[in-house]
Design a protein around this ligand. Structure first.
Ligand code: GAL
Length: 388
């Protein structure tokens, strides 16, 4: 195993590994959808929050539109391993243990995710990381019934991620369970270039915040790596902030629309047990979700901009095209998507469906699509060619 891991590291580092199809664990053919504890709760988590969130995914109907992972982030474990070197759930907050939680989540038809770190301690330093314990920890996670691992980058002793991350990938493959592997090395060593061979997703940015500038800058940083994403392996500009209260509903709608278009993981980051109907309306928009989950799996990109008025677009299955007109300026403005920028030939006639108004535009379009868009808002469409 050691020899395999060294060989993989060398191939990854010199760029000789075939990255086109992603890690071969067969999962993540479309971006993962679910919830994660960090953006809202940080370290203040316990098992009742996790159970309550699983319940909420069902009662809100979000599980029906595709959200399935219930992911526990940092701070779930005891400070020290047990006498056999195993990670242990924190007795004061996760007294039933992770296996019982996984059983509960599975009984609802959902999946459980957990968090560790490719270093000696996790980022909060409240629990051990998995560096040097990869095989043992992967087996522990598998034995608990874990379905997803987010693997962080703190306290790593200065070893390159290209060396540390493949080891956990191999350990997960050997664990006997299909576990989605979500790398979180913050885009540090341009992971899009080497992670597709070993992981199902990789962070391309530092931590998101519940602020407009954080959304726009993460979208832009992530955009440069678009061509590296595809079924089985996705760029991750970090988890959703929709519903956490720091932005307007229009800003959250933009955040969600762009994350869907760019095939980002859709991991809800608010307290779902008390989410407002407006928040649920954004997160539950099935038409927008269908763009994210389209089987073609091509990441949409920024295709044109005039100042802060931007057009983002990407191809969908059946020759359709998804388009977002995104107004990042301070005032209402008209934005035009030109066919030549969004991959359609100039004579193509399309029918356009507005994914937030849930209606078809009354007339067919040829050559371009123009709409007035409020400040920090967006319009999102699927264009279906009717002739060309
Ligand atoms: C960061 C990571 C966050 C969260 C946090 C936990 O490194 O980017 O998403 O997991 O650690 O401490």
């Amino acid at each position: 195993m050691e020899v395999m891991s060294v060989l993989l590291t060398v191939l990854l580092t010199i760029g000789l590994w075939d990255q086109t199809n992603g890690v071969s664990n067969g999962i993540g053919k479309t971006p993962p959808m679910g919830w994660n504890s960090w953006n809202h709760f940080a370290c203040s988590i316990d098992e009742s929050i996790i159970r309550g969130t699983a319940d909420a995914l069902i009662s809100t109907g979000l599980s029906k539109v595709g959200y399935e992972y219930v992911n526990i982030d940092d701070c779930w474990g005891e400070q020290n391993r047990d006498a056999q070197g195993n990670l242990v759930a924190r007795a004061s907050t996760f007294s039933s243990g992770i296996k019982a939680l996984a059983d509960y989540v599975h009984s609802k038809g959902l999946k459980l995710g957990i968090y560790s770190d490719a270093g000696s301690y996790t980022c909060s330093k409240t629990m051990p990381g998995s560096l040097g314990h990869e095989e043992q920890d992967a087996k522990t996670f598998a034995s608990w019934g874990v379905d997803y691992l987010k693997y962080d980058n703190c306290n790593n002793g200065g070893t390159q991620p290209q060396k540390r991350y493949p080891t956990m990938s191999t350990a997960l493959s050997n664990s006997g369970r299909s576990i989605f592997y979500s790398m979180c090395e913050w885009g540090d060593q341009n992971p899009a270039k080497w992670a597709p061979a070993i992981a199902n997703s990789w962070r391309t940015t530092g931590d998101i915040e519940d602020k407009w500038d954080s959304i726009t800058s993460r979208a832009d940083q992530n955009d440069q790596w678009a061509s590296y994403a595809g079924p089985g392996g996705w760029n991750d500009p970090d988890m959703l902030e929709v519903g956490n209260g720091g932005m307007t509903m229009e800003e959250y709608r933009s955040h969600f629309s762009i994350w869907a278009l760019i095939k980002a993981p859709l991991l809800i980051g608010c307290d779902l047990r008390s989410a407002s109907s407006e928040t649920l309306g954004i997160l539950g928009n099935q038409e927008v979700i269908s763009v994210n989950q389209d089987p073609l799996g091509v990441q949409g990109k920024k295709v044109s901009k005039q100042g802060d008025l931007e057009v983002w677009a990407g191809p969908l299955s059946n020759k359709r095209v998804a388009v977002v007109l995104w107004n990042r300026s301070g005032s209402t403005s008209s934005i035009t998507a030109k066919w030549k920028d969004i991959g359609l030939s100039s004579n193509t006639v399309v029918q356009a469906r507005d994914l937030w108004a849930h209606s078809k535009l009354s007339t067919s379009l040829q050559g371009n699509l123009t709409s007035s868009v409020d400040s920090h808002a967006c319009k999102m469409y699927i264009l279906t060619p009717t002739s060309s």
